[in-house]
Design a binder for this molecule. Structure first.
Ligand code: FMN
Length: 400
């Protein structure tokens, strides 16, 4: 017996956990795994909402059979074509050759291109409906959240929004499938890490989609990763609204690249000053140690960002440079930034971060602080002033 459950009105979760894949998209660490959620509506007509990654196809097909026996699947609704959700499509079509594949006009080039499937296409447009018997589905096109073909499907009968990757996050579902069965602290971090690294570049399109969906009576949100929101869907809608508007909390992320510890020493000193001045959320990251997806996620959360680097062959240290490139590409706005570092001759670290500050256009707090060989009294004094200024500005903006 495979783990599956009836969410409501014969709508079943038929998702799978993946704790074997170490890197999502071969880049993002999956320390606690990931779930690929798929859903089956067992009505007069049987519809499946997205599939799962190819490495889980066997378990997935078993789950479907356990629910519907020998009945055929009538529709596969493709809200999103990324292979972690479309990877079992070909196998599903093999098992149910008459199954119609439902997507919008941007979906089918992906289906043909990835899987060579040229038959059974069923094209829908924004606002079209599909009657399964009891359940009446309606399609909402949400392009570029975060691929061109992305769309959401709303079940008007059960008031469930099948939202594909939107509102989803990393983390396998360890028994708890619904929002009221889990400790959300972990999933909030992992959902923000997913958002900031994968969806966030398209935040304006997320805002547009949230407005488009705002008149719907959404009682349950069923994404393709992470928990299903049946008790408090407002919570994830509000978080998405906040993240896609770049709203930040009171706190500081200090991130540095350091070969021999001098830049690290400056980071620790600065963190202590900021904490002494009343800021409780201070995160210090060694960019060479912590994967940039976690650092970006915290930068999405907190208002103040302080970046330090040693000089490295006339440039910013490589691990910091990677983070800067990620930040540039993320579209994040409205953060405060400060700069520090070390050099032994003509520099390159601090000046490289300054060039990034110019490019990204965030408000710069304090002067850049660069030590030569190692930080001395003068640099520690400057760091003290900077730390106080950052703490004071946060307290003025957010209160005590
Ligand atoms: C491989 C390598 C390349 C370096 N390139 C530069 C450079 O281009 N310009 C410079 O001023 N210092 C350069 N340095 C010196 C370091 O930036 C300097 O010693 C600094 O204090 C190291 O800071 P850290 O202790 O935080 O690693 C280089 C050092 C190494 C090992």
């Amino acid at each position: 017996m495979n783990c599956r459950l009836n969410i409501k009105d014969n709508i079943h979760w038929i998702g799978v956990n993946d704790r074997e894949t170490t890197l999502f998209e071969n880049y993002w660490p999956l320390e606690q795994g990931v779930a690929y959620n798929s859903y089956l509506i067992n009505d007069e007509k049987i519809a499946i909402m997205d599939t799962v990654k190819f490495n889980k196809t066997t378990e997935y097909l078993e789950k479907i059979k356990e629910i519907i026996g020998d009945r055929p699947v009538d529709y596969l609704i493709v809200n999103h074509m990324e292979p972690d959700h479309s990877g079992s499509m070909l196998a599903l079509l093999g098992a149910y050759p008459d199954m119609k594949i439902v997507g919008n006009k941007k979906t089918f080039p992906f289906i043909e291109g990835f899987y060579g499937i040229t038959k059974n296409h069923y094209v829908v447009d924004d606002g079209d409906e599909l009657d399964l018997g009891y359940h009446k589905l309606k399609f909402y096109l949400t392009p570029m959240v975060h691929w061109p073909e992305t769309m959401m499907t709303y079940d008007q009968t059960s008031k469930i929004l099948f939202s594909m990757d939107a509102f989803g996050g990393f983390g396998a579902l360890d028994g708890g499938i619904f929002d009221d069965e889990i400790n959300f602290d972990f999933y909030e971090d992992e959902t923000r890490r997913y958002y900031s690294n994968i969806v966030a570049k398209y935040s304006p399109m997320v805002q547009r989609s949230l407005k488009k969906l705002s008149d719907l009576d959404i009682q349950i949100i069923a994404p393709t990763h992470g928990p299903i929101w049946r008790t408090n869907p407002e919570k994830i809608l509000n978080l998405y609204d906040k993240w896609s508007k770049f709203e930040a909390e009171k706190g500081v992320v200090i991130v540095y690249g350091s070969m021999y510890g001098n830049t690290a020493k400056m980071a620790d000193y600065l963190a202590r000053i900021i904490a002494e001045n009343g800021i409780k959320n201070v995160k210090v990251y060694d960019a060479s140690k912590t994967h940039n997806s976690y650092i970006l996620s915290d930068i999405w959360k907190y208002r103040s960002v302080i970046i330090g680097s040693c000089a490295y062959n006339t440039k910013v240290f490589s691990s910091v440079e990677t983070l800067l490139a990620k930040l540039s590409n993320s579209g994040l706005k409205d953060r405060w930034i400060s700069v520090f570092g070390n050099k032994s001759w003509s520099g390159g670290g601090v000046s490289g971060i300054e060039a990034f500050v110019q490019e990204i256009g965030w408000e710069k707090i304090g002067p850049s602080i660069e030590a030569t060989y190692s930080p001395k009294d003068a640099e520690f004094e400057s760091l003290k002033s900077l730390g106080k200024e950052v703490a004071q500005k946060l307290t003025e903006t957010y209160g005590d």
